[in-house]
Design a protein around this ligand. Structure first.
Ligand SMILES: C[S@@+](CC[C@H](N)C(=O)[O-])C[C@H]1O[C@@H](n2cnc3c(N)ncnc32)[C@H](O)[C@@H]1O
Length: 255
């Protein structure tokens, strides 16, 4: 980025930071300048704005009202993304010792299956194992109307990127489900969007009672998991640009 552009971007970030931390009216934010800047910078700038606002350490410690944060995120996400899913991810298949910082074909395939079979998720609590960058879950949250969605992974960097991607897509995160018993499960929820939580969960060591505490109606995973599964019929529709010839199957968990 040229020096002049970088100065402009820092001014814009500072402007968002100050207004957000002061809980100023949303109409006073420089949305117009943001829109212009986004034409050149894309989702990097949105991530920086998240860091300076809802993910700012002060804001994490003393959060604004849920309504304020939700309206802010809705406004922010309306700019570039609409119904699409926007992701920050690594360009390497393995980085920082994990495969979870990049979206796998399996995530696209499962998201596509979910979009074709929304009834499997509608008004249900979904627990996803090994969520990685979050593509599958975000597509389900946006298209399939689950009641609650628990993203999970075992790797702390993956979890951090995942939280960013959830916010980037205008979903409001409940406090982390590190203690599953606190998860809202089947309590009523008065908005259209699902209750979204992120849990640190290692499928190699998680116990049945710990899983049950999430009160999931459906458990899904894209990619490999050390669990026994049974093949379900393949689907044909192709929404996403994954490789046509890669071998993928939808597998049904066997208990
Ligand atoms: C191949 S990636 C798939 C990520 C995502 N589901 C996708 O399809 O794009 C596997 C994911 O599982 C996570 N993972 C690996 N071992 C795990 C374990 N024992 N418990 C939970 N998650 C694990 C990794 O951190 C990574 O995010």
């Amino acid at each position: 980025m040229a020096r002049e552009e970088s100065v402009e971007a820092s001014r814009l970030l500072q402007s968002f930071e100050r207004r957000f931390l002061a809980a100023r009216a949303l109409r006073s934010f420089p949305w117009q300048s943001l829109e212009e800047k986004l034409r050149d910078s894309g989702s990097e700038l949105l991530l920086d704005i998240l860091q300076k606002t809802v993910k700012h350490p002060l804001c994490v410690k003393h959060p604004p009202s849920v309504k304020y944060a939700r309206c802010f995120l809705s406004e922010l996400i309306r700019k570039p993304s609409g119904d699409s899913v926007t992701l920050s991810e690594s360009s390497a298949i393995i980085s920082h010792g994990t495969t979870g910082l990049v979206t796998w074909n399996a995530a696209l395939y499962l998201a596509e299956w979910a979009i074709e079979n929304p009834a499997a998720f509608t008004h249900r609590t979904v627990l996803e194992l090994g969520s990685g960058a979050g593509l599958t879950g975000l597509a389900i949250c946006k298209m399939c109307h689950p009641r609650a969605y628990v993203f999970s992974d075992c790797h702390s960097l993956v979890l951090e990127q995942l939280r960013g991607n959830i916010l980037l897509n205008g979903l409001l995160l409940e406090s982390d489900a590190t203690a599953p018993a606190q998860h809202p499960g089947h309590t009523t929820h008065n908005t259209e969007s699902p209750r979204v939580t992120v849990a640190q969960l290692d499928w190699d060591i998680v116990t049945a009672p710990q899983l049950a505490a999430f009160q999931p109606d459906v458990i899904i995973a894209a990619g490999k998991a050390g669990i026994s599964w049974e093949a379900a019929p393949r689907h044909n529709q192709k929404l996403f640009p994954y490789e046509e010839h890669s071998e993928m199957e939808i597998l049904k968990l066997m208990l």
